[in-house]
Each structure stands twice: as structure tokens, then as C-alpha cells.
Design a protein around this ligand. Structure first.
Ligand code: NAD
Length: 497
């Protein structure tokens, strides 16, 4: 099976380079994906620009009708989409269904886009002069997305971009590309005109062609921090509006007054759900004021209860990581930490899943006594590794978090409103959970981190996406009576009259 580009309402024949798609639970090839060159990208963007002219002029009623139909199709096809995601990504089918449900919130926001596109109106700002403002689509928007949420992260982008009247060209991850073509089919069935949602597959060559294409007006990117920085700089140099969401290293703080069993179960879900491959995962727990022993004991129980296996088996609670290289990275980080004196409270390095010996599995691992200089702590692990750090006070925990380069998400577990308030006020992070481990905001709020977790001015989805995907116009009007028309214009800059 070859997954090829979706252009003008159909998958196009692939006659260029391809790359294998692997099932991470077996390590075996399950298909191949076409890799777009600059010519393919140019075709997709030019046709999107043509389609956008009519779509941008379509009524709000029509655009919302398409979004309602798309939402319904997304609901009806959740299971099929989740199975495709699970096979190429490795996450469990219920986890994949969960990402579709969270992404659907953005479609639901877009179903009501008229409420968010209302302009302003001021009458009689000067004698007989009125001013009103409107927001118009920017044109063609490119979305470049990571492997870890093949449905949800694109869904943060395209529903709002399309509902606000733009055409959207998606370049999903080449590791799990199939979900994007399924979504394209659903848009077509929902009545979206061909060309308004295009998919080009590929890697750096496709991305570079999008970032520099003269007809791409705006770029939404989500991925690792070095690529996010590169995308932002390249797209800005090419004169585009850009938002580039990067990596993360999220800490969850556990105060001594927290319910340890509750905190540990929440943190384990954050650390090991989706094998730790979430930008809002919790790879670091920070135990405050002697909470370490109790927390580590509870975390060890949680880790022991995890069932590692293929994502499509009902008993599995944690699947493999995405590639053999990802697996090796996690093993290297653990090895380095243990050699340097850290204690492996739970050690998942030797885990073997019977019948899946070539799969990219790593067992859940919990480390204690890790130095801040070790890669297990300071790099983005993106695997099922949880590091427990120990500090004396809440202020020390906040200082630890604020001294790191990332600012995507964080959480505090406590029974104290005062501690929670100090934490939420002082921590330099974009999304915070209080007794909530993965605080991904609902679709009618916006999503975005601080520092090296986001380059650009706008957060993703929700109200900030409306502003990112539209440009403002202010219109000043006068409809003078016959008598006023004879008054000649002043050569001075007009003041108040
Ligand atoms: P990645 O940066 O490797 O890839 C992201 C996208 O960029 C893909 O479409 C890929 O094809 C493209 N790309 C890769 N290398 C490129 C290059 N040299 N030049 C141009 N384009 C390139 O990220 P990934 O491994 O797919 O995803 C995991 C990363 O994404 C993690 O760092 C994770 O934290 C991050 N992420 C962040 C968020 C967030 O909201 N901040 C959400 C999800 C994932």
C-alpha cells in the first residue's frame, strides 16, 4: 500500500521517492509513503490558492454546514481512524480514539465560527462617519505536524483555518501518514470543495518547499524545538505569518500534603500513557519536602501494573515507541543515568513482548537520584521514562522548573489552595494543571507553551487560532447628504469635527 498525496479531492499516483511505513509493534513494514518534491508542493499550493478564492467568499452558513457534517463523520469514523493510527503509531486504540475526541473539540469550535468572526462597529466617530472592522482569511495556510498525534495536532489547525475561509495544505509526519488521507476523505464527504484541504506527504524537502512558496501566507508547525526554530526563521524570512510549537520537558510537583496514591496514578498516566510520546507527558516528578519515599513507592506499584504490548490488543495499556532509534535513545539515557549513580526503581530496559521480539518496546522505567546534568533529566526523553527529583520547598521546585529551557506544561498535586496559587502565579509555563496531570486546554481555549516550547505570537486552536488565520480590516465610511457633499475637503489631516 502506498500512501500518496491528496490533491484536488483524490489521492494522486505516486511516481517519485517513497519511504517505508513501519508497524512499531513488530518492526515490520506495513506500507510506504510518497515523499513530495518542490513540484508536488507547488501543484498542491497553486490549486489550493485557486480553490480558496471561492471558499473564502462562501457564506458563513455554508462553511459552518460543512463543519457540522465533518464533525458527524469524524464521530462515525472514530474507530476506523483510531485503528489506522494505532497500527502506524503504536499507541493503544482507545488512546487513539481519545486523541480524535480531543481534536474534535476544535471542529466543534469551528462549527460556531460565526460567533468568533463578528466585527466591531462604531457609529458617528466623526460627524456622519462610521467605522467597522472585519476579519478576512489570509489565503493558503500550511500545517506541518509531528508523528505523536497524527489526528489531534492537525485538528488543532485545519478546522479553524478552513472555517475562517482559508485553504489548508497539510504536511503530516511521514512516520504515520495514513490518518491524514482518511481525514481528507471525510472533508470531501462533508461537502468541502476539492482543493480546500490538500495533503502533501514527505520530509524536509516538502517542508522547505512549503516554507518558501510565495502563495503560502501562514505556517502552523508542531514538532521538536530545533525544527520549530528552523521553521520559524525560514518562514519569517520568506515573509510568512508563523506559529511554531516545539518540544517539552514537563514537571509535576508533588507536595507532602498531596494524596500520594492519587498523585502517583495521575503522574504514571502522564508519564507512561502513549509510551511517554506526548508533548504534555510528565517525564519528571518533583517530590517536595520529604514526599519522595511515599511517592516512589506508589509510582513503582503503578508501573508494575502496566501491560506493555501491541496497541491493538485489548489488554495493552502501553504500546511501543515509534522507531528503533527512539527506543535506543531511551535505553541510552537510562544507562547513562544508572552508570552515573542514579537508582532504577523500576527498570524497563530488558522488557520483551512475546511474539513481538522485533517491536520497539521499552518497559516503564522510574529513576531516582538523577543529576540535573544527566540527559535523562535535561533532554526531552519522549519515551516511557519517569525521573523523580527531590527538593526541599515549593520555591525550590518552581526554581527547578523555571531554570529549564521549556515551558509547555506542568502540574502541582496538593491539598493546599495557597500552594497551588503560588505555583500557578510564579511558574513560567503556558499550561498548568492543579491536581490534573496533562492539562491540555479544551478546544475553546488555546494551546501553547512558553520559552522554547513555542516560537511565534499566537497559541494554537481556539480563539487565538481565529486571529492567526485571519487578517483585520478597518473600514471608515461616510454617506453624506446632498448638502454636505458641497463642503470641500480640508488639506489638513482631519481632526475631530
Ligand atoms: P519532528 O520535529 O522530528 O517533526 C515534526 C515535523 O517536521 C514532521 O512533519 C517532519 O516531517 C518535519 N521535519 C523533521 N525534520 C525536519 C527538517 N530537518 N526540516 C524540515 N522539516 C522537518 O518531531 P516529531 O519527532 O515528529 O514529534 C515529536 C516532537 O514534537 C517532540 O519534540 C514533541 O514535544 C513535539 N510536539 C510538541 C507539541 C506541542 O504542542 N508543543 C505537540 C506535539 C508534539
Amino acid at each position: 500500500m502506498t500512501v500518496s498525496h491528496w490533491i484536488d479531492g483524490a489521492q494522486v499516483a505516486c511516481d517519485g521517492a517513497t519511504q517505508p511505513i513501519l508497524d512499531p509493534s513488530t518492526g515490520q513494514q506495513v506500507g510506504e509513503v510518497a515523499l513530495a518534491d518542490a513540484g508536488v508542493v507547488d501543484l498542491a499550493v497553486r490549486r489550493a490558492a485557486e480553490a480558496q478564492r471561492a471558499w473564502g467568499a462562501a457564506s458563513l452558513a455554508k462553511r459552518m454546514e460543512v463543519m457540522y457534517a465533518f464533525r458527524q463523520l469524524l464521530v462515525e469514523n472514530t474507530d476506523a481512524l483510531a485503528r489506522v493510527i494505532s497500527r502506524e503509531h503504536g499507541k493503544t486504540v482507545p488512546d487513539a480514539a481519545g486523541e480524535i475526541a480531543r481534536g474534535r473539540e476544535s471542529v466543534e469550535f469551528a462549527c460556531n465560527i460565526a460567533a468568533h468572526l463578528k466585527g466591531e462597529y462604531s457609529s458617528n466617530v466623526s460627524s456622519g462617519v462610521d467605522v467597522h472592522s472585519i476579519r478576512q482569511p489570509v489565503g493558503v495556510v500550511a500545517g506541518i505536524t509531528p508523528f505523536n498525534f497524527p489526528a489531534m495536532v492537525p485538528l488543532w489547525m485545519h478546522p479553524v483555518a478552513i472555517a475562517t475561509g482559508n485553504a489548508f495544505v497539510l504536511k503530516p509526519s511521514e512516520r504515520d501518514p495514513s490518518a491524514s488521507n482518511l481525514v481528507a476523505e471525510l472533508y470531501q464527504r462533508a461537502g468541502l470543495p476539492d482543493g480546500v484541504f490538500q495533503v502533501v506527504h514527505g520530509g524536509k524537502q516538502a517542508v522547505d518547499a512549503l516554507l518558501t512558496h510565495p502563495q503560502v501566507a501562514a505556517v502552523s508547525f508542531v514538532g521538536s524545538t530545533p525544527i520549530a526554530q528552523y521553521v520559524q526563521q525560514t518562514a519569517i524570512a520568506a515573509g510568512k505569518r508563523v506559529q511554531a510549537l516545539g518540544g517539552a520537558n514537563n514537571h509535576a510537583v508533588v507536595m507532602p500534603d498531596a494524596d500520594m496514591a492519587f498523585a502517583a496514578s495521575q503522574i504514571a498516566a502522564g508519564a507512561f500513557g502513549s509510551a511517554g510520546e506526548r508533548c504534555m507527558a510528565v517525564p519528571v516528578a518533583v517530590a517536595v519536602g520529604g514526599a519522595g519515599d511515599a511517592l516512589v513507592a506508589e509510582l513503582a506499584k503503578e508501573a508494575a501494573a502496566i501491560v506493555v504490548g501491541p496497541g491493538d490488543e485489548a489488554a495493552t495499556t502501553m504500546g511501543p515507541v515509534i522507531t528503533a532509534a527512539s527506543r535506543q535513545r531511551v535505553l541510552d539515557f537510562v544507562e547513562e543515568a544508572v552508570t552515573g549513580g542514579a537508582e532504577a526503581v523500576v527498570d524497563g530496559r530488558d522488557l520483551v513482548v512475546p511474539g513481538h521480539e522485533k517491536g520497539f518496546f521499552v518497559g516503564p522505567t522510574v529513576l531516582r537520584g538523577v543529576a540535573t546534568s544527566m540527559r535523562a533529566y535535561c533532554d526531552e526523553v519522549f519515551g516511557p521514562l519517569l525521573v523523580v527529583m527531590e527538593v526541599d520547598t515549593l520555591e525550590d521546585a518552581i526554581e527547578l522548573i523555571n531554570s529549564g529551557p521549556y515551558g509547555n506544561g506542568t502540574a502541582i498535586f496538593t491539598a493546599s489552595g495557597e500552594a497551588a496559587r503560588v505555583f500557578t502565579e510564579d511558574v513560567q509555563v503556558g499550561m498548568i494543571g492543579v491536581n490534573v496531570p496533562i492539562p491540555v486546554p479544551v478546544g475553546y481555549y488555546s494551546f501553547g507553551g512558553w520559552k522554547s516550547s513555542l516560537f511565534g505570537d499566537h497559541h494554537a486552536h481556539g480563539p487565538e487560532a481565529v486571529r492567526f488565520y485571519t487578517r483585520a480590516k478597518a473600514i471608515t465610511s461616510r454617506w453624506p447628504h446632498q448638502a454636505q457633499r458641497s463642503v470641500s475637503a480640508s488639506f489638513d489631516f482631519p481632526g475631530h469635527s
